[in-house]
Design a protein around this ligand. Structure first.
Ligand code: NAD
Length: 339
């Protein structure tokens, strides 16, 4: 079984190139959503605590089975820890043998950003140049890098309640776009084309509400991803063409948990397949109410596995026994006593 550590992933991205890796992930994601019916899907299994959530996210087709362990603990950063950390596994579905165990904190940020880009490809105005980013924590840079693959983003207005997070974003993203630090959400929204909300707080927030967003904007709400954790005023939802990943999960975890009666236009796969249109009017508000779905993990784990095999990256580890006689597992630990 192949082990992909953070060092291996750094090597893989260095050899592939970040932009190329993002484009490959976008393509693998779009292909996976395009064959939606071939996947065995279920809402993720969430274990809730007062301080956060721990989730297991499985997804499978006939060839591969994947799952991710991931948490969401918004107060972790105050203690110097990430809000979100993850591990992922890919297995051979034909014989059940694990193929790869991978770091998945970075891969989650990348696949989440690729999902943002995929939604924006169908829902944002193609000429969108101005991104408003609310929340500049761990996910923020990846959002900009991925959106640049599908939209001609030139300017980023950004706001975070933590000035250090804004400074960090400015340092990391210098040169990628004209960066405009803002002292309020309203200021960040001025003249924006695309708005990404990526905040972490275990409560019902109202970061965006009716009348705040320029007409024709595309909103990508990704920080509201748990029961009791939302970012938008529910009244805004009625004004938007709403797209989700997987309705049974989104109804419990997305912005629409507070507005279950609001019509949902489509699941993302229906836009990818051309079964339903994306944006229909340059003046409408579109909303991708994203919570993160296991198919996104599947797509990036499969991609990383292929690249790791092709580039010979990773380490073979003996986590799965391989006895000469498959019925003699005992022999892996003990030799028979000498006669
Ligand atoms: P993080 O803790 O690193 O960053 C969150 C940032 O939000 C912090 O810098 C914080 O100061 C800021 N913030 C909090 N409240 C704010 C407010 N009212 N206005 C402006 N800024 C505010 O978290 P992260 O890893 O960047 O994740 C961001 C969010 O995205 C989390 O809620 C996480 O659970 C979620 N997430 C969703 C997906 C998905 O697929 N939809 C995937 C990964 C993470």
């Amino acid at each position: 079984m192949r082990l992909i550590t953070i060092s291996h992933l750094k090597q893989l991205i260095r050899e592939t190139g970040m932009d190329h890796f993002l484009r490959q992930n976008l393509a693998s994601l779009e292909a996976a959503f395009g064959r939606w019916d071939e996947f065995r899907k279920s809402p993720r299994h969430a274990t809730h605590y007062p301080q956060g959530v721990i989730e297991l996210m499985p997804c499978a087709d006939e060839e591969f089975y994947s799952f991710k362990y991931v948490n969401g603990h918004p107060k972790n950063t105050a203690a110097g820890r990430l809000s979100v950390v993850a591990l992922g596994m890919l297995a051979n579905a034909r014989n059940g043998y694990p193929l790869m165990l991978s770091e998945m904190t970075l891969l989650t940020a990348i696949r989440t950003a690729s999902t943002t880009a995929l939604g924006a490809k169908y829902l944002a105005r193609p000429e969108s140049r101005h991104l408003a980013l609310i929340g500049t924590g761990a996910q923020a840079e990846f959002q900009l890098l991925a959106l640049r693959q599908v939209l001609p983003i030139e300017q980023v207005s950004y706001f975070d309640t933590d000035p250090r997070a804004m400074g960090k974003f400015a340092r990391n993203m210098a040169g990628y776009a004209t960066l405009i630090p803002c002292n309020s959400i309203d200021a960040a929204l001025t003249d924006s084309d695309v708005v990404v909300t990526a905040t972490a707080a275990r409560q019902h927030n109202r970061l965006l509400g009716p009348g705040m967003i320029p007409p024709g904007s595309h909103i990508h709400a990704m920080g509201g991803d748990c029961p009791g954790k939302t970012e938008l005023d529910p009244a805004l939802l009625a004004q938007c063409r709403i797209v989700v990943e997987y309705l049974p999960q989104s109804l419990e975890e997305g912005e629409i948990q507070l507005a279950k009666e609001t019509p949902v236009h489509a699941e993302l796969w229906e836009l990818v397949n051309g079964d339903k249109p994306g944006r229909q009017d340059p003046g409408e508000l579109t909303l991708f109410d994203s919570v993160g779905f296991a198919l996104e993990d599947f797509a990036i784990l499969q991609l990383v596995y292929q690249l790791a095999c092709d580039l010979n990256i990773g380490e073979e580890v003996d986590l799965i026994p391989s006895p000469a006689d498959p019925k003699d597992l005992y022999r892996v630990l003990f030799s028979p006593p000498s006669p």
